[in-house]
Ligand binder design. Structure first.
Ligand SMILES: Nc1ncnc2c1ncn2[C@@H]1O[C@H](COP(=O)(O)OP(=O)(O)OP(=O)(O)O)[C@@H](O)[C@H]1O
Ligand SMILES: [Mg+2]
Length: 230
């Protein structure tokens, strides 16, 4: 299986001496759907930032879609990120006052595609997340669950190799959260490789693979037959 993510001995120390990641080895293969779980402060978001190339490790190696990120300049790294990675956050991060269609099209800003093409692809992505009838709605005219589906459409519109989601259901009621998770499962069945952070043990239990982090280390990984430590 081809690795989309390959981390070896990754350490991340923040200024002030916090060792947020303390030697992470993690490989995610093409087409996997991985849940990242663990207590608050255990390093989950830090890990997602490193995997998403938003940040570089203090030591260790990070390869994304076969590219060793240490070998890339910041400029090339942003290009790799724009091409290969989609992000979804707990707080949606949509542009206020801008229609859903344009929020999604923004996900293709660095693709070099002409605007009309970007908007057509954005309309398709919104249809995929079940919002074909909401393309003109601005964020404040959408429900929380719909906002998150717009954010997911924006993350997947460029068909990234990897979709990263940090607590995508954290701000949603359980029904909307359920719909968002169903959508992630569907996108995964269609071929997307996804890593999703969640606090929700029920949501995590339904994911095909769960990686548990504690104190910046992987303490359990169901892919390696380790029993989940509680
Ligand atoms: N920019 C930063 N500068 C210094 N320390 C940081 C920074 N970001 C995170 N930390 C520290 O690194 C550790 C891991 O933080 P991280 O945000 O990765 O945790 P988390 O597992 O995502 O927690 P939560 O479930 O609460 O979101 C924490 O102890 C945190 O205080
Ligand atoms: Mg976090």
């Amino acid at each position: 299986m081809k690795s989309v993510v390959d981390l070896k001995g990754v350490v991340k120390e923040y200024a002030g001496g916090v060792r947020a990641l303390d030697g992470i080895d993690l490989a995610v293969g093409e087409g996997e759907l991985v849940g990242i779980v663990g207590p608050s402060g255990s390093g989950k978001s830090t890990l997602l930032h490193i995997v998403g190339t938003l940040d570089r490790p203090t030591s260790g190696t990070v390869a994304i879609a076969g590219h060793d990120i240490a070998a890339l300049t910041d400029r090339r790294l942003s290009a790799l990120r724009a091409r290969h990675i989609g992000f979804v956050f707990q707080a949606f991060h949509l542009v206020p006052g801008v229609a859903a269609l344009d929020n999604v099209a923004e996900g293709l800003l660095y693709s070099g595609l002409p605007r009309a093409r970007r908007r057509r692809m954005a309309a398709d992505a919104l249809a995929r997340v079940g919002l074909a009838d909401r393309v003109r709605h601005r964020p404040h005219e959408l429900s929380g669950g719909q906002k998150q589906r717009v954010a997911i459409a924006r993350a997947v519109v460029g068909e990234p190799a990897l979709l990263l989601a940090d607590e995508p259901t954290g701000a949603l009621d359980s029904a909307s959260g359920e719909a968002v998770m169903e959508l992630l499962h569907t996108l995964n069945e269609e071929g997307a490789t996804i890593a999703v952070i969640t606090h929700d043990t029920e949501i995590a239990a339904r994911l095909p693979r769960q990686v548990r982090i504690r104190d910046g280390r992987v303490v359990a990984d169901t892919a390696h037959g380790k029993v989940m430590a509680r």
